[in-house]
Design a protein around this ligand. Sequence first.
Ligand code: SF4
Length: 271
Amino acid sequence: MVPGGVFMFNLILKVREEILNEKPISYEDALMLTKATAVEIPYLAATANEVRQKFVGGHIESCALSNIKSGNCSEDCKFCAQSGHYKTDSPVYSQISVEDMVSQAKSAEAMGATEFCLVSSGWGATHEKDFTAILEAVRRIKAETGIFVDCSLGFLTGEQMQQLKEAGLYRNNHNLEASKDYFEKVCTTHTYAQRLKHAQMTRHYGIHPCTGGIFGMGESPKDRIDLAFELKKLGADCVPLNILNPRRGTPLGDVEMLKPLEIIKYIAIYR
Ligand code: SF4
C-alpha cells in the first residue's frame, strides 16, 4: 500500500484509537507517519494534541536557560558554535558568578518561568572551583526562589550527581542529539554509548532526566524515529526537541533549515 491520502488518514485514525486506549505506537506505524504530507500534517497535529490533552492536560512548563559558561569546548559536535574546533562568532567567557546565576533565576521567575537551567559548555564539570560555585548557586536558587533548578553541564561523575541532588537539583539535561547510527556523523570526540550511559545514570541519583535531540542536521526520517524509540526506552520525563539553527563557521553551517510543517510533523509523531 502506498502511504498518502485515505491510507494516511486511516493510519492516523488507527494510531489515535490505540494510543488513547493506552496501546503504545509501534515503530513501523511511527515510521510510516513520517510520510504524512502537507495536507495530512494538520490532522496528525490535531490528533497529537488530543493525546496530549488526555495524558498531560493543559499544564505547561516553561524553562529559562542561562549559558553560564560559553565557548572553547574540547568536543567537536558539528552543530555547535561553542566547539573550540570551529571558528565562529559565538561569545567565549568563563563561568559567571553565583550572584549572577541567582539573580538571573529570580528574573526568570519574575517573567513566569517554572524552571531555570544552568547550561555550561565543555566536556563536563572538570574544574572543582566552578563545580563548587554551581552547587552553591543550586542551593541558593532553591532557597531564594520558587523555581525548579535544572542543569546541563556535560558529563558528570556519580559523586557530582549526588552532590547536585543534595543541593536541590530537579532535572539534569543530557541530550542524545541523534540516532545511534547518525551520532558518529555529528561528533567524533565522544560516543553515543557514553551519552546514553550518562542519561541513564541521572535517574539512579533521583534526579529527573531531561533528554532529547536535534532535528535538521541532515538525518533521515528513520534516524528521527530511531531516536524517538531510544528516548522512549530511557523514560526521560522531559524530551527537548531542538531544531538546528545553522551557525556560521560550524560544519553544519550551510544546511537548510527545516520547514515549519516538517517540524510540526515530528513534534506530533513524538507526542
Ligand atoms: S559538548 Fe556541548 S558545548 Fe561542547 S561542542 Fe558539544 S554541544 Fe557544544
